[in-house]
Write a protein of this length. Structure first.
Length: 365
């Protein structure tokens, strides 16, 4: 089947679009990928929605800025797909299904609550293509963490490499997560903050929500005592599977530090929290493959290499993967699996009791 995947992650940067061909098991081919950035005003609205979502107890309610943000997310994704189809000379009939993640605004699996805004039914009607959406909810309702959601796709990618021994895929978006793959063994969890704390800090101090190429962190000095205190928080003592909300560490601040030292400290915090998970893995992996926005940060990659040595730390792009589009590809893959009733989550990835499918299908008419 030919499927498009859409991902708007916790970094709040924009919408990734990717096309793959798959039967829901093997990846038969990779198509093009594209990106639709959010404007500054759109990011501001999404940040307001995150703040308004904190007190939600009903996943169907849209108080405050959430209704306007949901309309934005739906519209932005429709625009992203329409531009993608036109740019690649594709017709709607050429696409079998779209996998639509939406925008996570709240993730509280301990309360059996996960909220992704974006109207999958409206998106299907606008585009004239079937849409599978709301892929986390079934897992959370069944007692799972609902995240990470993409390990089953990471496994498909790693199988294509024909490598011996265990490997770990590290996805660094707003939140960082890992997938451990060793034959049929699949294990995953969120590890801690990815880019979210750093991006928010950079926005407050420089007006730009990114430490481009890790330049500021490279000039700074990490505060090892601050990092040690942060790593003493209860989350880091939990064993996998475990998951996070983007704002779980929002109270951690580096106030009083220079921009350079703050960036260095937060970048090192992300690297340390990823490296810490190695002690919870069944075997030491020979390679760690990094995808997501964090893979584009040379300073973060250097810090990971130092902490994970002698294991090899690679970018997914070094292996021919489309590093920035992996999550979008994953939602295309999972949409096909959902259509076929195949599992999206597993006991080792989310803690759900048995392998479980998920997602809601919206037809164009």
């Amino acid at each position: 089947m030919r499927a498009i995947g859409l991902m708007s992650g916790t970094s709040l940067d924009g919408v990734d679009v990717a096309l793959i061909e798959t039967d829901g098991d093997a990846i038969d081919g990779f198509g093009p990928a594209s990106y639709r950035a959010y404007s500054d005003s759109e990011r501001d609205l999404l940040r307001k929605a995150l703040a308004d979502a904190v007190s939600l107890t009903n996943r169907d309610l849209r108080p405050g800025a959430l209704a306007e943000a949901e309309a934005l997310v739906t519209r932005a994704h429709a625009e992203a797909v329409e531009t993608f189809l036109k740019s690649n000379s594709l017709t709607r009939d050429a696409i079998d299904v779209i996998g639509f993640h939406g925008q996570t605004v709240l993730h509280r699996p301990d309360r059996k609550l996960t909220v992704q805004i974006g109207d999958g039914t409206a998106l299907a009607k606008t585009l004239g293509i079937p849409v599978v959406f709301d892929m986390r909810a079934a897992d959370v309702a069944a007692g799972g963490q609902g995240a990470p959601l993409v390990p089953v796709y990471h496994r498909a990618l790693v199988r294509m490499l024909n490598r011996n021994g265990p490997a770990v895929v590290v996805n660094i978006g707003g939140v960082a997560n890992i997938t451990y793959i060793d034959g049929d063994t699949l294990m995953a969890c969120d590890t801690g903050p990815g880019n979210a704390l750093l991006d928010d800090f950079m926005l407050r101090t420089t007006g730009e929500a990114v430490d481009r190429d890790g330049r500021m962190a490279a000039k700074g000095r990490a505060d090892v005592e601050w990092i040690a205190r942060a790593l003493s928080l209860p989350f880091f003592g939990l064993r996998p599977p475990k998951s996070l909300d983007r704002n779980d560490f929002a109270a951690l601040t580096v106030n009083g530090m220079s921009v350079e030292d703050g960036a260095a400290t937060l970048t090192a915090f992300t690297a340390e929290s990823i490296a810490m998970i190695a002690s919870s893995l069944p075997k030491m992996p020979a390679s760690w493959i990094v995808v997501g926005g964090g893979a584009s940060n040379p300073t973060l990659m250097r810090m990971l290499g130092e902490r994970l040595a002698p294991a090899q730390v690679l970018r997914g792009s070094d292996l021919g993967w489309s590093g920035d589009a992996v999550e979008a590809q994953a939602f295309a893959y999972m949409a096909v699996r959902s259509l076929k009733g195949l599992p999206l989550t597993f006991p080792g990835t989310t803690g759900v009791m048995t392998p479980l499918t998920g997602g809601v299908l919206a037809k164009p008419r």
